[in-house]
Design a protein around this ligand. Structure first.
Ligand code: PEP
Ligand code: CO
Length: 502
């Protein structure tokens, strides 16, 4: 089986996609099943009734409003609390964006990653924007993700679990709460879900109405993704088509084209043998974003009637950022109370005790697939820090998926003033990640990257070299610098080689 292409369709809860308007709450089992791993049934719909969402989790776990008693870092200063309350009340009435059964399925896939049987490919924009939620931009990102996944699946002979940093990545933590330009101080841009990028008092004032736009932009993006991945576009027989607008002048594109030719021949061979499996025609794709704005995430949390457990239905996987992972903080408390798979960013200053405390808080049952540790150390720190963390977790014996984010520890300012990353540093951190896991005999479980499907000039280096002097040409990110399509493919080829050797 490949976790790629949808062996899952047969296991997916049949009713799961369509049943948000299920029967009234009076008929619902209040406690439900307590085992989130119970087989998905045709009754896998989610309650959308707000009162039910306030109930404690069926297993006696924390009520998910408990995060409100903890310090919450990185929350916007909303100027009008009544407006925020009205918006969250509206969000509570809106349909879930994803279903509990899908989240459980991703947990199963990540358990396979933790066991060393699959590889996670997670990526997308640093910050999605409302203006960027267009069909062509979403398609270009998906094309790139699919191409990378093909390179990894074929090149490393491993099932690839595909998770987009897409359909919800609209909020950003910031190192400073304000930004000063020419002596004028305004609130920092915190992502389209909070305020506008433009440097004006009006745009930078947090506006709760943007949370509703974030929900709707997530819904249209997810809808497009679901259509592209199940409606024929992601069919492996299209392996050349994804490359068409790209191959001409790019070394990475030409390399991909050769690989696509080999896949084509393999598919023809299979067809000639009478095998034409349905698994090759669709792709299983999951959504993820940083669970940063707790009022938003709380408002989209629902109780699953199968299990009585709370799920944050804004995305399949939520991660906790490097700046908000305090064990006694509100973000960890919120994540404790939901049953989605959870990622945690781990920076170079994290100690083994920090990591073990997070694991104990977030995965007391030691459920495989529940926790993914996304390390983002920087190329010059990873060799010093990662081995100790990996050893401590291995000694503890708890199953986790180890994933490398080779972007966030390698950011610097170019002479032009652009925030950038050098592709060589990104590769150096990846190589170190594979080296450490080889030495510790643990599984290098995946990568978490920031990329876009367009030909931007935000990171320097790559086989179609972007020089520091080129950065101004197409610097379009709303936050951190992303790999362009060519750099993303270069990276996939390198990762496939490293994985094969590991
Ligand atoms: C991010 O993923 O965009 C981010 C801010 O990462 P980190 O929390 O690791 O700094
Ligand atoms: Co970023």
């Amino acid at each position: 089986m490949t976790a790629t292409a949808s062996s899952a369709s047969s296991k997916r809860p049949r009713g799961g996609w369509t049943d948000a308007s299920a029967p009234a709450s009076a008929e619902r089992p209040r406690g439900g099943l307590t085992d989130a791993r119970a087989p998905a049934s045709t009754e896998s719909w989610l309650d959308v009734t707000p009162e039910l969402a306030r109930l404690p989790a069926a297993d006696g776990g924390p009520e998910f409003a408990s995060w409100r008693d903890r310090p919450a870092e990185q929350q916007p200063d909303w100027p009008d609390p009544d407006h925020l309350a009205a918006v969250t009340a509206e969000l509570r009435q809106l349909p879930p964006l994803v279903f509990a059964g899908e989240c459980d399925q991703l947990t199963d896939r990540l358990a396979a990653v933790a066991r060393g049987e699959a590889f996670l490919l997670q990526g997308g924009d640093c910050a999605e924007t409302f203006a960027g939620s267009t069909a062509s931009a979403v398609r270009a990102k998906l094309q790139t993700l699919l191409q990378m996944a093909v390179v990894l699946t074929y090149g490393a002979s491993v099932p690839v679990v595909k998770v987009g940093r897409m359909a919800g990545q609209f909020a950003k933590p910031r190192s400073k709460p304000t930004e000063v330009r020419d002596g004028v101080e305004l609130p920092a841009y915190r992502g389209d879900a909070v305020n506008g990028f433009e440097f004006s008092p009006q745009a930078r004032t947090p506006d709760p109405g943007r949370l509703l736009r974030a929900y709707h932009s997530s819904a249209v993006t997810l809808n497009l993704c679901r259509a592209f991945t199940t409606g024929g576009y992601a069919d492996l027989h299209q392996v050349h088509a994804w490359n068409q607008d790209f191959v001409a002048d790019s070394p990475a594109g030409r390399r991909y084209e050769r690989l696509a030719g080999e896949i084509d021949r393999a598919l023809s061979f299979m067809r000639a043998c009478g095998a034409d499996p349905a698994e090759l025609r669709t792709v299983e794709l999951y959504s993820s974003h940083e669970a940063l704005l707790l009022d938003y995430e709380d408002a989209l949390t629902r109780i699953d009637s199968r299990t009585g457990r709370a799920y944050d239905t804004s995305a399949h996987l939520l991660w906790i950022g490097e700046r908000t992972r305090a064990t006694d903080g509100a973000h960890v408390e919120f994540a404790r109370s939901i049953s989605n798979p959870i990622g945690i960013k781990i920076g170079p200053d994290a100690t083994a005790e920090d990591v073990l405390a997070l694991i104990r808080a977030l995965n007391p049952d030691r459920r495989p697939g529940r926790l993914t540790l996304i390390t983002r150390m920087g190329a010059n720190r990873i060799h010093d820090v990662l081995p100790g963390l990996v050893r401590a977790v291995a000694d503890d014996g708890v199953p986790v998926a180890w994933v490398c984010d080779p972007m966030h520890g390698n950011t610097f300012e170019a002479p032009s003033g652009h925030k950038t990353r050098h592709f060589d540093d990104v590769l150096a951190e990846l190589h170190a990640f594979f080296d450490v896991h080889r030495a510790e005999r643990t599984h290098p479980g995946g990568i978490h990257i920031e990329f876009t499907g367009d030909n931007v000039t935000e990171c320097v280096g790559g086989s179609r070299e972007v020089a520091a002097g080129d950065l101004y040409q197409r610097y379009e990110t709303a936050c951190d610098p992303r790999l362009n399509r060519s750099q993303a493919l270069d990276l996939a080829f390198t990762v496939a080689e490293s994985y094969r050797r590991s």
